[in-house]
Design a protein around this ligand. Structure first.
Ligand SMILES: Nc1nc2c(ncn2[C@@H]2O[C@H](COP(=O)(O)OP(=O)(O)OP(=O)(O)O)[C@@H](O)[C@H]2O)c(=O)[nH]1
Ligand SMILES: [Mg+2]
Length: 216
């Protein structure tokens, strides 16, 4: 099942989005709650429904998606070991970005600035991946010195490419890795290799300006 992590900075609307996606209106989902919420949703598919009408099967199984509403700021999550591991489990990330202005919800330091928020989250994920890459490269270097091993050398080479990209602040999803290199780095479940969907949380009055927000 596809697992999508809803991430973002503090109080940007992650739980609000989770509620909409999972049709959950329960009261247990207050904001600021420390635990993650998990919800499974069936993917509507008119073709499947048509086929079910024609063939009348005993059972119709829709594709489903699991959404995980992560608590608090993704920056904190990426920095703490156990939480970072839970991010690694996701197939894709949906980054909720605050665009709405509302004095009732404390704005972040420096005011509402979607571009800054996107950049700082991206940078944090890049640093998290870079730390993993550097640690592994260090070990590989020692191992390769001890014994010549083509598989380790391939891995080393692939990770060097990743390191160069990350140092230029390029997320790994933008790299065109050869299938062999992709296989060599797959096990690391890097955060910046995951498909990233930006969800701009506009204020009610700004909904008409959605295009502008994307372009700006
Ligand atoms: N005006 C306005 N308020 C919003 C919007 N989206 C969310 N909020 C409010 O912002 C607050 C935070 O929303 P949540 O969905 O709990 O945000 P969160 O990202 O889950 O917050 P944490 O999990 O605590 O980091 C709540 O009081 C929401 O009602 C919006 O589009 N407009
Ligand atoms: Mg929340």
């Amino acid at each position: 099942m596809l697992k999508i992590g809803i991430v973002g900075l503090d109080q940007v609307g992650k739980t609000t989005l989770f509620r909409i996606l999972t049709h959950s209106h329960g009261t247990g989902l207050g904001s600021g709650k420390p635990e993650a919420h998990v919800g499974v949703v069936q993917v509507p598919d008119v073709r499947l429904e048509r086929l079910a009408v024609i063939y009348q099967p005993k059972k119709t199984v829709h594709a489903s998606v699991e959404y995980v509403d992560t608590p608090g700021s993704v920056i904190e999550l990426a920095r703490t070991g156990l939480q970072a591991a839970s991010l690694k489990e996701m197939d894709a990330l949906a980054h909720v970005v605050r665009v709405f202005a509302d004095s009732a919800v404390p704005p972040p330091e420096g005011g509402v600035d979607p571009r800054r928020d996107i950049e700082s989250v991206e940078l944090e994920l890049i640093l998290s991946d870079l730390a993993v890459v550097e640690k592994r490269l260090e070990r590989l270097e020692k191992e390769i010195k001890k014994q010549k091993n083509p598989a380790l050398e391939k891995e080393y080479h692939a990770l060097e490419n990743c390191k160069t990209a990350l140092e230029k602040q390029t997320p790994l999803r933008e790299l065109q890795l050869a299938p062999e290199a992709e296989r060599a780095v797959r096990g690391f479940t890097f955060l910046t290799i995951k498909p990233m969907l930006y969800v701009l949380n506009l204020g009610e009055k700004d909904a008409a300006r959605a295009q502008e927000a994307v372009a700006g």
